[in-house]
Ligand binder design. Structure first.
Ligand code: HEM
Length: 402
């Protein structure tokens, strides 16, 4: 079969699927998914979308055919560069130099700093019983990333200003922002220089020693902020609506279930380096190839009670279907910050008082990452004197968490 014979949602006469991709991409890909496990889109470039485990495995394992250069990340200056756009054979060695900093052992060193930054944030952000979970999560993740990367030394407003455009709808995140990036990089370089002179053990200290490390710090921060913020906001909203899951021992299951239903990386993209074949279809060189953690995580053929928030599925011993649960991607390009994200998520959920949902708009809004429309107003339940969890943090070890 040829690429042009793939099923596809009905295109518009001139713009193909571009207009719907801009306005309502989730309904567009859901419509495509109903037509077949592999479907086509016209997005200016010939585009193939798949969500079967076999497709995910192929796209995420065959790194010489499915390349990051020329993918969606390349058009977003925040993500365009560093390890994210490095392809094989350079990618593996690059990751090896970065992995140790983001591994569990090193994160253990940073945990106390992360907890204390969160406590400081919570003192103000949780001072009133009612708050917006999205705004709280935003500040909490910013503070924890600042602690992990910079021991809290990066000016918080500059970090906030730098990251804010990333969460706007397209095309805003794709606009070049040379002045803002230059200000951000100047501060990064100043702090990196100090670490090279004086030593240190935060993430910047490790990245500063690598060629291009300052850039990697900027890019990985951008990759890590909204993804973690949105997961945290949604998980908080779910907890508020499902008090039976609020005990800390359930938080890991709640996070996993949140990431299944609302993976912030809802769509991953690659470009085909040469013609290739998949499932009897010839895919042409240069085509855009997409995998979707969103579609794979909701496929009723793979998941029991696929559309439901059902954390019980994650009880001990459960293994998700192979290559179907990909909130952190998979294969060699598995998310660099996965352990850090899990540490921040569990730490932050564990710092909340018992909650109930007040009102909110959790409608998923796809942009560079998938986030809730918000606000998500929640309220601390009046359950007698606050426990150590009300704004403070139970310290669990990284080993416990990830
Ligand atoms: C809940 C939070 C997060 C989610 C859902 C998430 C999701 C993902 C996904 C799906 C990918 C693979 C993309 C692809 O295949 O094209 C990825 C890669 C990546 N993530 Fe995350 N991420 C999260 C947090 C973080 C954090 C905290 C960092 C900070 C270090 C980070 C840094 C990266 C980097 C640098 C890559 C590129 C890895 C490579 O290409 O080798 N992420 N992430």
């Amino acid at each position: 079969m040829n690429f042009s014979d793939l099923p596809q949602p009905r295109p518009l006469p001139f713009s193909g699927h571009l207009q719907r991709w801009g306005s309502s991409p989730l309904s567009l890909i859901e419509e495509g998914a109903a037509l077949g496990q592999l479907f086509g889109l016209q997005l200016g470039l010939r585009t193939v979308v798949g969500y079967s485990p076999a497709w995910n495995k192929r796209l995420l394992s065959d790194l010489t055919t499915f390349r990051s250069a020329g993918s969606f990340s390349a058009v977003v200056p925040y993500l365009s560069g560093g390890v994210i756009l490095t392809d094989a054979p350079g990618h593996g060695p690059r990751r090896q130099t970065m992995n140790p900093g983001f591994g569990k052992k090193h994160l253990e060193l940073l945990q106390a700093r992360i907890v204390s930054a969160l406590e400081q944030h919570n003192r103000q952000a949780l001072s009133a019983p009612e708050f917006d979970a999205l705004a709280w999560a935003d500040g909490a993740v910013l503070a924890m990333l600042n602690a992990a990367y910079f021991s809290g030394e990066f000016p918080q407003e500059l970090m906030h200003a730098f990251l804010a455009p990333l969460r706007q709808p397209f095309p805003t995140p794709a606009w070049p922002r040379p002045l803002l990036f230059a200000r951000f990089d100047a501060e990064l370089r100043r702090l990196a220089g100090r670490r090279l002179r004086e030593g240190g053990d935060d993430l910047l200290s490790l990245l500063a020693r690598l060629p291009g490390g300052v850039r990697e710090a900027r890019i990985s921060l951008a990759a890590g902020h909204d993804t973690t913020t949105h997961t945290l906001a949604w998980a908080t909203w779910f907890l508020a609506g499902h008090p039976e899951w609020q005990a800390p021992e359930h938080h890991r299951a709640v996070i996993k279930e949140t990431l299944r239903l609302y993976p912030p990386g809802w769509m991953g993209s690659r470009r085909l380096a040469h013609d290739t074949e998949f499932g009897g279809v010839t895919l042409p060189k240069g085509a855009l190839a997409l995998y979707s953690p969103y579609l794979s995580g909701r496929d009723p053929l793979l998941w029991e009670r696929a559309a439901e928030f059902w954390p019980l599925r994650w009880q001990a011993g459960f293994k998700p279907p192979a290559w179907a649960y990909l909130p952190f991607g998979g294969g060699e390009r598995l998310c660099l910050g996965m352990h850090l994200a899990n540490l921040m998520l569990e730490t932050a959920l564990g710092s909340l008082p018992p909650l109930s949902a007040v009102r909110g708009d959790p409608t998923p809004r796809p942009g560079v990452t998938l986030g809730p429309a918000g606000p998500l107003r929640v309220r601390a339940r009046d359950e007698g004197p606050p426990t150590s969890r009300g704004g403070g943090c139970d310290i669990r070890t990284v080993e416990d968490i990830t």
